[in-house]
Design a protein around this ligand. Sequence first.
Ligand SMILES: [Cu+2]
Length: 218
Amino acid sequence: MSRAARTLAVAAGVAFGTALIVYYIVSYLTVAPPVVAATGSKPRVHLTLQTVPSFGNAPHPDWVSYLAQDPRGKWVHSTVLRVPAYSRVDVTILQYDTATGLRNPFWGQPRGTIGGTINVDGKTLNVLDPNLASHTFAIPDLGVSVPLKGVAKGAKNPCSVAPCTLAQTHTTVTFSFVTGKPGKFRWQCFVPCAFGFPLGFGGPMQSIGWMDGYLMGQ
Ligand SMILES: [Cu+2]
């Protein structure tokens, strides 16, 4: 290969790599899921979420994701949630995914919920077997961390396309927490649930609208 051809090949490689980085940064900064408000009004509101093992739609049909239900009952592909400040938030999470297990068994203990407990399919629990967890719902700034019990592998009628319906196999997790002063608080899942990514932590695990989101306290 001539010197000119090698120079050209290197320049093309650098340009391609740069284009990928620019694409990543621009899409990170511009893709903003819609804000979904909690149902009800201050000082007590309700949030309903679901987790789906694969979104089933563009742009990433095989990515694991959260969805949120808006006050009219419509499922929205978003993790940006608006709640009132200084209020009680009652949360219902319909969990359709199978268990992955917690990297740290400590997270099997619900934290920051009213009463320090969660309710799973009608049973009140103050700890979940870490092997049974599929995802977590955690708002570190508010000290909230809740493990979500997975459905059994091979369960009948699994959901693979969002939004999942109540007729499909799921666990129902409910809990409550209180909000404080207004602010924008990051929330996310801490289970390495991004199948097909290094250590399970890429893709949906680093993307707002999938396994990461914001709680907008207003
Ligand atoms: Cu997850």
